[in-house]
Design a protein. Structure first.
Length: 253
C-alpha cells in the first residue's frame, strides 16, 4: 500500500499541530477571568466587546479588552476642524479615586481610555508617528486617563469628560495636555493584536488598582462647538461589557 505521509512529513504535522494547540491555549488563556459579554449583531464588530479584564504583574496593571472583530480597525473620519470632530474609544471605567492619578479627590469616574481622533492632537509630549512633530498624531491610537461625570447637556443620562471652568486651578497630573478638561496624556502606548487591545500601566502602589473594580466600554465622543458646553461629550455608547456600567470586574479575578 502506498504511504500517504513520510515520517518527516508526519513529524512536521505533529509539530504544527502542537504549535496550533499551544497558540489556541494561549489565546484562550488571554480571555480567562474578567467580564464576558455576548456578541451583539447590531454593533460594529471592532467595538463589540466580548471580554474585558485587568490583571497585574509586579507594579504594572494590564488593561485588556477583546472584541468581535479586529480591535482598532475602525477610526473616525476627519472633518478638517476641531469643533464637531469625533473620537472613537476603548474605555475601562474604574472605581479608583481620581486623586490617585493626579486629579482632585472624588472628581468623577476615573477611566483609562484608548482613543483615536484625526482632527486634533492631545499628546503634546509625545511623537507617536516619529516624524519629529508632536502635534499631528491624534489619529494614532493612544491612551488617556479621563474623569467622567453625568452631564444633561450631552443628552439624557449621558456622560462628558469633566470641564475645567475658566479661572479654576484644580490639581492636575504632570502630563496634563493643556486642554480645559480633566484628562491626562501619560504616554502609555496601547498594543493591538487581532481582536484584542491592551495597555500596560505602571503604579507606584499596585494595591490601588488591585483593590478597585472596573467595567469595559466602547464609545464615540464629540467635540462641541464651544469650550464649556461641555467640550467633550460621550454621544454614542457602542457597547458595555457588563451591560449596565455596574463595574462588576475585580482585578486578577
Amino acid at each position: 500500500m502506498m504511504k500517504l505521509f513520510s515520517r518527516s512529513m508526519l513529524a512536521t504535522v505533529s509539530v504544527l499541530t502542537a504549535s496550533l494547540a499551544a497558540s489556541s491555549a494561549i489565546a484562550h488563556d488571554r480571555h480567562q477571568g474578567g467580564i464576558h459579554s455576548a456578541k451583539g449583531d447590531s454593533i460594529l464588530a471592532p467595538f463589540d466587546i466580548v471580554h474585558a479584564k485587568i490583571t497585574t504583574n509586579g507594579n504594572v496593571a494590564v488593561f485588556h479588552m477583546a472584541v468581535a472583530g479586529n480591535a482598532g480597525e475602525a477610526k473616525p473620519n476627519s472633518i478638517g476642524k476641531l469643533a464637531g470632530s469625533d473620537v472613537f474609544s476603548y474605555v475601562w471605567p474604574t472605581s479608583i479615586d481620581s486623586y490617585e492619578v493626579g486629579f482632585e479627590k472624588s472628581a468623577g469616574i476615573l477611566a483609562l481610555a484608548v482613543t483615536s481622533h484625526p482632527d486634533f492632537d492631545d499628546t503634546p509630549l509625545f511623537d507617536e508617528n516619529g516624524d519629529g512633530n508632536t502635534d499631528n498624531d491624534g489619529d494614532l491610537w493612544h491612551s488617556h486617563w479621563v474623569v467622567l461625570q453625568p452631564n444633561e447637556q450631552c443628552g439624557v443620562g449621558a456622560l462628558s469628560v469633566v470641564d475645567i471652568p475658566d479661572g479654576a486651578s484644580p490639581r492636575l497630573p504632570k502630563t496634563w495636555p493643556g486642554l480645559p478638561l480633566l484628562i491626562d496624556s501619560p504616554g502609555w502606548q496601547p498594543t493591538f493584536d487581532g481582536d484584542t487591545v491592551e495597555v500596560k500601566v505602571p503604579f507606584n502602589d499596585i494595591n490601588i488598582i488591585e483593590a478597585s473594580s472596573y467595567d469595559g466600554v466602547t464609545s464615540g465622543l464629540r467635540v462641541n462647538q464651544s469650550v464649556h458646553s461641555p467640550l467633550l461629550c460621550v454621544v454614542d455608547v457602542m457597547d458595555i461589557a457588563s451591560g449596565d456600567l455596574s463595574l462588576p470586574g475585580k482585578v486578577n479575578r
